[in-house]
Design a protein around this ligand. Structure first.
Ligand code: PHE
Length: 479
C-alpha cells in the first residue's frame, strides 16, 4: 500500500497533467496496484483542509457487483453444468453416472440437474450422453461480465446469480477530485509557531501558518485541587454512602434555639446557651414558626416531664426558644429530620448522615477557630442497643483507617448513655478524642411522636482546618 505522501504526489501529478480526476477508483498506484480508497481519503483530507485548499473532492457512492469465491472459480474454469458436459465423451455411449462422479466429485451432482434442464445431456440407461454438439456456458459468460464491469445489463441475471451465491452487491466509495484555489505540485509544510528565528529573519511576514482550530478541545488544566477540608469531607461521604446512609440537608447555618437546643432536651439555662459559647443573631433576632403541637410537648417535657421522666422542673420560655443563632452542632439538623420522620404514617428505619459547618463563640487561637466541620451519623430503628452503636462506630472508623477505639462514659443532655470515642494516635503517643456519641433520650424522641420502641443511636465528630492541617477532635463545652 502507498504512503500518504505517495498518494498525495500521485493525486497532485495527475491533477497537474489532466486538471481533474473524475473517479479515483480508476487510479493506479506506482506499484500498479489499485489504490486503497480509505488511505486516499486521508491524503485528500490533508490536501483540502481549510488553510491548504490544494484540492477539492466529492464523494462518489456506487453499488458494484462482486463475485464470490465460487463465482470467481466458475468465471475461471466454467460452471458445474459445463464441466459435466465436457466430461461426457462424444458419441452414443456417453459415460456411466458413477464414472462421472469419480471424475468430477461434487460437481457431477451439482451440475447434472442444470445440464438436464439446459437440454445438454440425456440419460440412456445408467449412462449420460451428450444431447447437443456444443454448448454456450452462459453462467460463466455472465460472471465474467460482472467481474470486469461490476454489473450486468439484465437485472434478472444478477438476481439469479446472487440467489446461487455466485455474486453479491457491494457499496464502494471513491472520489472525484479537482484542483483547489491553492493548487500546487509541492506540499508546503505549514508553520505552527512564530519562532525566534522567524522574527530575526523576517520570515514570519511571508510564512504559511497553520490556521487556528477554534473547535479543538483545549488541554485540561493540570492545576487545581480539592481543599484539604473538602478532601476529608469526600472521604467521609464515600464511607457513609458505602454503608447505605442518606445525606441530610444542612444548608442552613442559622437555626432557632428551639431546634438547636430545646428539641434536644437541652435546658434553657445550660451554659452552652450563653452568649459566651454561642453566636446569637441581631437582625432578625427571632424565629416564630414552629410546629405548635410539638412545641407544646417540648415545653411540657422540659418543665413538668412526661414519658416516664420528671423533666427539669423549670419555667420554660418560648422567647428563649425563638432566639436565632448560628447552629452550634449539626445535631440540630438531625433533630429536625427525626421530627419529620416521626410525622410519617408508618415508621421506617433510617440511616442519615451530615457533614457541614458549625459555629462556636470561642477565642480564636492556633488550634481553635470560631467555626469547624462536624460529621454526624444517625440510625433509627426498633430495638437498637449500645452494642450496635459501638459495633457500628468500629466499622465506621476502621473504614477511615482508625483502629483501636476506646469508649468513655460521657454526658450530653440529649443522649443516655453517652460515650466519648478515643483512638490511640501513634504520632502523638497518646489517646485522642475523636468524637462524641450516644442513644437519644426518650424525652427527645417521644415528644416528636416516635414510637417508644424506636431507638436512635448517633455520633458526631468534629474536624477543623488550622494552618494547613486537618485535625479531628471535638471542642470545649459539651453541648
Ligand atoms: N452534638 C454533639 C457534639 O457537638 C455530638 C453528638 C452527636 C453526640 C450525636 C451524640 C449524638 O459534640
Amino acid at each position: 500500500m502507498s504512503t500518504t505522501e505517495e498518494l498525495q504526489t500521485l493525486v497532485l501529478t495527475i491533477l497537474d497533467a489532466k486538471g481533474t480526476i473524475p473517479n479515483t477508483k480508476d487510479l493506479v498506484a506506482s506499484d500498479n496496484k489499485e489504490v486503497d480508497q480509505l488511505a486516499l481519503l486521508g491524503a485528500l483530507k490533508s490536501l483540502s483542509i481549510a488553510d491548504k485548499e490544494m484540492v477539492k473532492y466529492e464523494t462518489i457512492e456506487e453499488e458494484i457487483w462482486v463475485l464470490t469465491d465460487e463465482g470467481n472459480e466458475i468465471a475461471d474454469k466454467g460452471s458445474h453444468e459445463a464441466k459435466v458436459f465436457d466430461a461426457i465423451p462424444v458419441g452414443e455411449e456417453g459415460i456411466a453416472i458413477s464414472a462421472l462422479r469419480e471424475i468430477l466429485g461434487e460437481t457431477a451432482k451439482i451440475g447434472q440437474g442444470k445440464a438436464f434442464k439446459n437440454k445438454w445431456v440425456i440419460k440412456r440407461g445408467d449412462n449420460l450422453v451428450r444431447a447437443v454438439d456444443s454448448i454456450i456456458d452462459q453462467t460463466r459468460i455472465d460472471l465474467e461480465v460482472i467481474r470486469s464491469t461490476g454489473t450486468h445489463s439484465d437485472p434478472k441475471v444478477l438476481f439469479e446469480l446472487r440467489k446461487r451465491k455466485l455474486c453479491d452487491k457491494h457499496k464502494v466509495i471513491s472520489y472525484s477530485v479537482s484542483k483547489g484555489p491553492k493548487f500546487s505540485l509541492t506540499i508546503e509544510k505549514q508553520a505552527r509557531d512564530v519562532t525566534f528565528e522567524m522574527l530575526q529573519s523576517g520570515e514570519w511576514k511571508t510564512a504559511n501558518f497553520k490556521k487556528y482550530n477554534f473547535d479543538a478541545l483545549g488541554i485540561p488544566p493540570s492545576g487545581g485541587h480539592l481543599h484539604p477540608l473538602m478532601k476529608v469531607r469526600e472521604e467521609f461521604r464515600q464511607i457513609f454512602f458505602e454503608m447505605g446512609f442518606e445525606e441530610m440537608p444542612t444548608n442552613k447555618f442559622v437555626e432557632s434555639s428551639f431546634w438547636n437546643f430545646d428539641s434536644l432536651f437541652q435546658p434553657q439555662q445550660h451554659p452552652a446557651r450563653d452568649a459566651h459559647d454561642t453566636f446569637f443573631l441581631k437582625d432578625p433576632a427571632i424565629c416564630t414558626q414552629f410546629p405548635t403541637e410539638y412545641l407544646k410537648r417540648v415545653k411540657e417535657v422540659h418543665s413538668i416531664g412526661g414519658y416516664g421522666s420528671t423533666g427539669y422542673g423549670y419555667d420554660w420560655k418560648i422567647e428563649e426558644a425563638q432566639k436565632l443563632i448560628l447552629r452550634t452542632h449539626t445535631t440540630a439538623v438531625s433533630s429536625f429530620m427525626l421530627y419529620n420522620l416521626a410525622q410519617q404514617k408508618e415508621f421506617k428505619p433510617v440511616k442519615y448522615f451530615s457533614i457541614d459547618r458549625v459555629f462556636r463563640n470561642e477565642t480564636v487561637d492556633a488550634t481553635h477557630l470560631a467555626e469547624f466541620h462536624q460529621v454526624e451519623g444517625v440510625i433509627a430503628d426498633k430495638g437498637l442497643t449500645l452494642g450496635d452503636l459501638i459495633g457500628f462506630m468500629n466499622t465506621f472508623f476502621n473504614k477511615m483507617g482508625v483502629k483501636n477505639l476506646r469508649f468513655k462514659p460521657a454526658y450530653n443532655p440529649y443522649t443516655e448513655p453517652s460515650m466519648e470515642i478515643f483512638s490511640y494516635h501513634q504520632g502523638l503517643g497518646k489517646w485522642v478524642e475523636m468524637g462524641n456519641s450516644g442513644m437519644f433520650r426518650p424525652e427527645m424522641l417521644e415528644p416528636m411522636g416516635l414510637d417508644p420502641e424506636v431507638r436512635v443511636i448517633a455520633w458526631g465528630l468534629g474536624y477543623a482546618y488550622y494552618s494547613g492541617l486537618a485535625r479531628t477532635g471535638q471542642r470545649s463545652t459539651s453541648i
